[in-house]
Design a binder for this molecule. Structure first.
Ligand SMILES: NC(=O)c1ccc[n+]([C@@H]2O[C@H](COP(=O)([O-])OP(=O)(O)OC[C@H]3O[C@@H](n4cnc5c(N)ncnc54)[C@H](OP(=O)(O)O)[C@@H]3O)[C@@H](O)[C@H]2O)c1
Length: 265
């Protein structure tokens, strides 16, 4: 008679384990504050990680901390978004190290100085870091996942890409291009079952925004990281973080251009 409750308990445990399939995730730009919080949220679920950015010493420290605190598998390696000729070899190393790679989070970005970006050489760096480098590495990720018929790509874009403003239109243009690229990739990869999620944060309290004037409704990286990972369990394709930015941007996008061009934004 007691067999049935015990069997029931085993079935429940199995069901709980099935609820979350362990992922193996590459995080690009892993030293960023938002990426660190995202890595912690993945680690708390027991997922394996490959952390990448230009600062190997910092990556080593983050990896050691995650291994110690969560007992998960963590690898790391140098990645420079601007060095597009190195991306193919870099991605091959990731897949060789972590053959069960199941997802990618693209978190790197460079806000730059809009004033300095009036000079194109400074603007080119912003475009290379936020868009050209992203398009390059994502092409390798997409070509890898497509024939496997599984996987996910989460691209961190920005609300800044929804409308050009004088205060950050070079960064905004690069993020807007990234959002369009992710949209096209989602359309291409949908038939193969590979998920592409565009994340558009508003203001987040990180090194990128430190000391900037005019910030409002500033979110914590911890909150954003948790919501990025939670987005995998929902069906949305484009996620504004926090949610209310969807409505703020809806209003901003609908201000008629003859009025908008007169505004100081
Ligand atoms: N903070 C915000 O308010 C906000 C709002 C909307 C969107 N976002 C976006 O969210 C993402 C994370 O932002 P964050 O505020 O957390 O950033 P952050 O703390 O300022 O970090 C930026 C990261 O990008 C990496 N990076 C920059 N250029 C790179 C390159 N050429 N190659 C590789 N990595 C590069 C840096 O890593 P290394 O120096 O180690 O290479 C750094 O870890 C970015 O894409 C950003 O545009 C941020």
């Amino acid at each position: 008679m007691r067999l049935f409750p015990v069997a029931g308990r085993f079935a429940l445990t199995r069901k709980l384990m099935e609820v979350h399939k362990r992922e193996a995730v590459l995080i690009l730009g892993a030293t960023s504050a938002i990426a660190r919080a995202t890595a912690v949220a993945f680690a708390a679920r027991g997922d394996a990680l490959y952390l990448a950015s230009r600062d190997e010493e910092e990556l080593r420290r983050i990896s050691a901390d995650l291994r110690l605190r969560y007992g998960i598998e963590v690898h790391y390696g140098r990645f420079d978004a601007a060095a597009t000729d190195t991306h193919e070899a870099f991605f091959e190393t990731v897949v060789t190290t972590m053959p069960n790679l199941s997802g990618v989070v693209l978190a790197f970005g460079h806000l730059g100085d809009q004033q300095a970006a009036r000079d194109f050489s400074a603007g080119a760096k912003i475009i290379a870091s936020n868009f050209t480098g992203a398009a390059s590495i994502l092409s390798h990720c997409a070509n890898h996942f497509e024939p496997l018929h599984h996987g996910f790509i989460i691209g961190i874009s920005s609300v800044a890409g929804d409308r050009g403003r004088q205060s950050n239109y070079v960064y905004g243009a690069a993020k807007g291009a990234l959002s369009l690229y992710l949209q096209g990739l989602r359309n291409r990869l949908y038939p193969s079952g590979v998920r592409v999620i565009t994340v558009k944060p508003g203001f987040v309290d990180t090194a990128m925004t430190y000391g900037l004037p005019g910030l409002f409704l500033v979110a914590s990286p911890h909150d954003i990281g948790e919501r990025i990972v939670a987005a995998l369990d929902k069906s949305a394709d484009v996620v504004y973080l926090p949610w209310f930015w969807r409505y703020i941007m809806l209003i901003i996008k609908h201000i008629p251009e003859p009025i908008f061009k007169r505004m100081k934004l």
